[in-house]
Design a protein around this ligand. Structure first.
Ligand code: NAI
Length: 343
């Protein structure tokens, strides 16, 4: 089996090469991202392997199908970059639903602690032998209320971590997790009561700009916003305005709405054109990491392992446990629940 691997980073290659060889899968690593202009590179391959900023839109699905590709393996959990309806009947879409919820949840806590204890400021100061404590006053997390939007795998691990710090955990999720020790409340109550708000839901059409000028206005003054989920859950311009108005006390962002042109690349010698991102990065109470919450050795190994398993099952004509289609979750009796392929 031959797979065209798009948006390759050096950290992808070792595990995929090793596990691929063991399974008889040859990966061809392309640095470029998948899109309309690059889909033709996959001609002659059985499948494509994609990451968060590759685009599998309707025209790309058409081109891949015409080029003989029959499977698209996402090496990530989120799939907002895939037009599932357009793929249906042409490409089987498989993903890695979980690889390390700990990696993402722990990064979220790392961001929160860095922000509230001003570690990023202290680190820069002590490197220059500036041992002043002026402006470094933080606050205790113990006794604070954290609101978690989306209490799935990652949200629940983050809830556990927060409880370990003595925080009170509120949740908002259309499918509450019973017995998870989370107090479920309405969206408005979550916004009104949370000292810290953390987003852990997938990006969908319904929750695009979940945090916007209106919802940010409903938050507590001084709220700390954490987003390690997907950038477009937050209207970044509204966030800038809320920080300038001192409504939002701090923001920690591992994802950004317009990240696809910037993240994962080195722009240190360039003038960045995105004024909203530049403004956010210039603010002392904003921390940005470039979609790295998943990046642990354990997660990379699990991602490669599940992706290779998904592709091996596809090649064997077996049921695809991690297949996605546009009907998933929308029809009562889906084919996948009967252990059949989606089409
Ligand atoms: P999951 O599927 O286990 O949980 C998602 C939860 O969100 C579910 O309980 C679902 O009911 C809930 N949900 C859906 N729509 C909602 C809405 N409108 N409001 C509130 N809750 C809603 O997913 P998991 O594994 O916990 O991942 C969550 C998200 O984290 C992924 O969709 C992905 O976007 C993001 N992610 C980010 C990574 C990073 O490196 N920054 C890495 C992995 C995932």
């Amino acid at each position: 089996m031959r797979i065209a691997f798009f948006d390759t980073k050096e950290y992808d290659i070792p595990a995929f090469t090793r596990l691929g060889e063991e399974a008889g899968i040859e990966f061809k690593f392309f640095e470029t991202r998948l899109g309309e202009d690059t889909a033709e590179l996959a001609r002659g391959y059985d499948g494509v392997c994609l990451f968060v900023n590759d685009v599998l839109s309707a025209p790309v699905a058409e081109k891949l199908y015409a080029a003989g590709v029959r499977v698209a393996a996402l090496r990530c959990a989120g799939y907002n970059n895939v037009d599932l309806a357009a793929c249906f009947g042409k490409l089987h879409v498989v993903r890695v639903p979980a690889y390390s919820p700990y990696a993402v949840a722990e990064h979220t806590m790392a961001l929160l602690l860095t922000s509230v204890r001003r570690i990023h400021k202290a680190y820069n100061r002590t490197r220059e032998f500036n041992f002043s404590l002026s402006g470094l006053t933080g606050f205790d997390l113990h006794g604070k209320t954290v609101g978690i939007v989306g209490t799935g795998k990652i949200g629940r691990v983050f809830a556990d971590i927060c409880r370990g710090f003595g925080m009170h955990v509120l949740g908002f999720d259309p499918y509450p997790a019973e017995g998870a020790g989370i107090e479920y409340v309405s969206e408005d109550e979550l916004l009104a009561r949370s000292d810290i708000l953390s987003l852990h839901c997938p990006l969908t059409e319904e929750n695009f700009h979940f945090l916007n000028a209106d919802t940010l206005a409903k938050c507590k003054t001084g709220v700390v916003i954490l987003n390690t989920s997907r950038g477009a859950l937050i209207d970044a311009e509204a966030l800038v305005e809320s920080i300038k108005a001192r409504k939002v006390g701090a923001a920690c962002l591992d994802v950004y709405e317009e990240e696809s042109d910037l993240f994962f690349r080195d722009f240190s010698g360039h003038i960045v054109e995105d004024d909203t991102l530049a403004r956010l990065i210039s603010m002392p109470n904003v921390i940005v990491t470039s979609h790295q919450a998943f990046l642990t050795g354990e997660a990379l190994e699990n991602i490669a392992e599940t992706t290779v398993k998904n592709l091996t099952a596809f090649a064997a004509g077996a049921p695809l446990e991690n297949e996605l289609c546009y009907q998933c979750g929308r029809v009562e009796e889906c084919r996948k629940s009967r252990r059949e392929r989606c089409f």
